[in-house]
Design a protein around this ligand. Structure first.
Ligand SMILES: Nc1ncnc2c1ncn2[C@@H]1O[C@H](COP(=O)(O)OP(=O)(O)O)[C@@H](O)[C@H]1O
Ligand SMILES: [Mg+2]
Length: 360
């Protein structure tokens, strides 16, 4: 099988490519900067260094938020042809903190209270009703560089004025006190393969490695692992790092990184995360080649259907009303089943069990 890694060529990407080469017959290094997308009503083409990008069994595409539209177009164009661990619209969701929070909210994943206001005046009205400190964030910031903390209304208000002159969109967030510690869970498929705890340096609130924080191996409990895995699913990424703050109310997700660095987490945990990625890509690409993505959609649909069925089914634990040798069912059964006396029914009875279905 043939694979490609589309990236900006960081050290982490080099590690991943090397591990991919151990598993796949070939693994091409595709620099995202040399990709172009060409489309019209009839076709959508991806060009690499001016020629059509060849077909692969697996394309692992990643890059910074600047390339989100390009990555989305590329993965969209190859969606039915190659296995790709990150879905097309994940690039626009995952590289925007606000869209990420919306996706997390939709999936009921715990996160800090997050606010968005349309004008600085509306934001100031909002700020007057909050508890301090609070956090202001640029939706596209990374490495801690777009995160600001305000200890009072006065500082938050002056920051807002500065943001207005910069014409920068921002979001406002509840500050979760964790003593400058955050937890990073590296999710691959439905597993957390490695996790670290990062502590901000003295006088700093941001626990990013780029802000001087040091990471150390840290094992998450089952609950936090589940939250991280669900956050990855909510964003549509099978490979990503989920940043979590362990607050008094339990783990809360603050960010999903689609292109996480591997050095910090690999050194801290001694886990070869790049190899775990390569192994997963290979297994999934093999499955994709056998069944295609259509098989996957069928599986999801079946799961959803059986879930809906289970949810629709309600259980009542009760004594039965025996009228001499007949059984009268509780009134609630009539309400739930919506059976009508005009309908006909099939009654299947065996020792210890009875099933009644509307005859159609
Ligand atoms: N709501 C919050 N409460 C407390 N600390 C926060 C909050 N949001 C972010 N931080 C701190 O700032 C760091 C960077 O925030 P994050 O949202 O992960 O953005 P980035 O993309 O810059 O890493 C986090 O690792 C954490 O230490
Ligand atoms: Mg982060």
């Amino acid at each position: 099988m043939k694979a490609a890694l589309v990236s900006l060529g960081s050290v982490s990407s080099e590690w991943t490519l090397e591990r991919m080469r151990n598993r796949f017959e070939t693994a091409d290094n595709i620099n995202i900067k040399n990709i172009e997308v060409k489309m019209n009503a009839k076709s959508l083409e991806v060009l690499y260094e001016g020629a059509a990008l060849q077909e692969y069994d697996c394309i692992y595409a990643k890059g910074s938020f600047r390339y989100a539209p390009l990555l989305r177009s590329l993965t969209f164009a190859f969606y039915d042809k190659a296995y790709m661990p990150i879905k097309p619209n994940s690039f626009t969701i995952g590289h925007d903190k606000l869209l990420t929070h919306l996706a997390l909210q939709y999936n009921k994943i715990p996160m800090p209270d997050t606010y968005l206001a349309s004008t600085p005046q509306a934001a100031k009205n909002l700020l007057s009703g909050l508890n301090y400190p609070i956090v202001l964030k640029f939706p596209h910031g990374t490495q801690g560089k777009g995160v600001m903390f305000a200890d009072s209304f006065a500082s938050a208000s002056s920051m807002l004025d500065a943001l207005e002159t910069l014409r920068q969109p921002f979001l406002i967030q509840e500050y979760l006190e964790t003593g400058g510690v955050d937890v990073r869970a590296f999710v691959i498929g439905d597993k957390v393969v490695a996790s670290t705890k990062r502590k901000a340096v003295m006088g700093e609130k941001r626990a990013n490695i780029h802000a001087g924080a040091k990471g150390e191996a840290y094992t998450l409990d089952m609950h936090a692992k589940k939250i991280a895995i669900n956050a990855a699913k909510a964003v549509g990424a099978e490979i990503c790092a989920v940043d979590i703050l362990e607050s008094h109310d339990g783990p809360q997700v603050i960010e999903v990184n689609l292109s996480p660095g591997l050095q910090g987490i690999t050194n801290a945990t001694n886990i070869d995360v790049a190899d775990k990625i390569a192994e997963y890509l290979f297994e999934q690409a093999k499955k994709f080649r056998e069944k295609g993505r259509i098989g996957e959609t069928d599986k999801i649909m079946k799961e959803l259907e059986s879930k809906a069925e289970k949810e629709a089914m309600q259980q009542i634990i009760t004594n039965l009303d025996f009228r001499s040798d007949r059984i009268l069912l509780p009134k609630l059964v009539t309400q739930i089943t919506k059976f009508d006396e005009k309908d006909e029914f099939v009654v299947k009875a065996e020792k210890g069990k009875v099933v009644i279905e509307k005859y159609s």
